[in-house]
Design a protein around this ligand. Structure first.
Ligand SMILES: [Zn+2]
Length: 393
């Protein structure tokens, strides 16, 4: 550290100390004063001289006492961060088979001091968690989002928040012929559907009806997805489930993950959106089943999703159910796989009675289809970390 002191009477004493976690450690002081009105002092501060310091924030305080008659003392403080050992991260040596819009699990090791660790894919981050069962090491569930640029390499990372950020690539394989092919759909917006959507989602709005509809379909959709994404923080730090996820029984998929929809009104193209879930339709007002054991983290209207339920399954994995005509659970409720949580309907941006079923991983919406597959869960999850009581049926 370099300290510059100005006093026309010179300086009689300069001391420096570090405050951390309520303790105060003297780190340096002048042997003698200086008569000059400007003096510069250099000293070293760190864990070598002060081994009591721990990784994390601290405060460096410098006090200078005037050489004048009254020995006035001035102090200056700076926030500093202590780094005893920068983080080092390594990933497992598996070949990770990735599919666009889907997920995988990586195990990793982090040493040194860090404040966050996990997997980074492009600009998206997925948290790491201690491997369950006290086995040591960390793991992360991560997704390769449906719209992630091809060639993006997922990285495990660890960061201490003060400039040390280390990464290592994960070995990935993208099996070419098994990648999903997203389909295109044209949606004809009828006057009746537009009236329904505007009446429900923009009841006091005025002005151009098409502009209002497009605003709901784009801006409200974006805001709703942000709300869903933020529910990532309401997650359990353990697996709440031990069986494959289920689709709604007795239902047909009317559209699937990442379909690209083009909206037409009276023959004119008015909007384009990507549909990040499955539309599952059966009978009118069918029971909406929890896809797996978990805890309800949202049970309320949510814009285009209408009456909506979100169930957390732990480690950032969540299921989403939209357009319900009735919600029969509350935030905080524990639910069991197959349990009825409400009834399907047409609330929000839905033309016919169905459930919009979606999944998200650490706030990134993913294709649920792998999670319906016990063999995939065995190969990608249960083989790598303890999934207590898992059976692939
Ligand atoms: Zn849908």
């Amino acid at each position: 550290m370099r300290v510059q002191v100005h006093d026309t009477h010179g300086v009689s004493k300069v001391t420096a100390y570090v405050e951390q976690n309520g303790a105060e450690y003297p780190v340096w002081q002048t042997m003698r004063g200086a008569d000059a009105s400007d003096s510069t002092f250099d000293f070293t501060v760190g864990v070598k001289a002060t081994p009591e310091l721990k990784d994390g924030p601290a405060r460096l305080i410098v006090e200078a006492t005037s050489g004048g008659l009254f020995h006035r003392t001035e102090r200056e403080a700076r926030d500093v961060n202590v780094v005893t050992q920068p983080p080092v991260v390594s990933a497992d040596s598996d070949q990770h088979y990735l599919y666009l819009g889907m997920a995988d699990l990586v195990t990793m090791n982090v040493t040194g001091a860090y404040t966050s660790a996990g997997v980074r894919v492009g600009d998206e981050a997925f948290r790491a968690w201690p491997v369950p069962g006290g086995k040591g090491g960390m793991f992360s569930l991560f997704a390769f989002a449906w719209n992630m640029p091809a060639g993006t390499t997922p990285l495990v990372y660890a960061s201490n928040g003060v400039g040390n950020d280390v990464t290592t690539p994960i070995a990935v394989v993208f099996p070419k012929k098994e990648q999903p092919v997203y389909t295109l759909h044209d949606i004809q917006v009828t006057d009746q559907f537009m009236q329904k959507v505007l009446g429900e989602l923009d009841p006091s709005g005025t002005g151009d009806r098409v502009a209002r509809f497009v605003r709901i379909n784009s801006e409200m959709r974006k805001a709703n997805n942000k709300t869903l994404s933020e529910l990532r923080l309401k997650t359990a730090d353990r697996f709440l489930w031990s069986q494959p996820f289920t689709r709604q029984s007795h239902s047909q998929a009317e559209s699937s993950f990442a379909d690209k929809r083009t909206y037409f009104y009276h023959g004119n193209k008015i909007d384009e959106q990507v549909h990040l879930g499955y539309d599952l339709a059966g009978t009118q007002h069918m029971g909406v089943e929890a896809s797996n054991d978990g805890r309800v983290v949202w049970a309320a209207p949510l814009g285009i999703y209408g009456n909506c339920i979100v169930v957390d399954h732990g480690y950032g994995l969540q299921t989403i159910y939209g357009h319900l005509s009735r919600i029969d659970v509350h935030e905080g409720d524990e639910v069991k796989r197959g349990q009825n949580m409400g009834l399907s309907g047409t609330t929000g941006m839905a033309a016919g009675d169905h459930v919009h079923f979606a999944m998200q991983l650490d706030g990134v919406q993913i294709d649920p289809k792998e999670w319906w597959d016990g063999h995939w869960i065995q190969d990608h999850i249960a083989r790598r970390v303890d999934l207590p009581g898992f059976s692939s049926r």
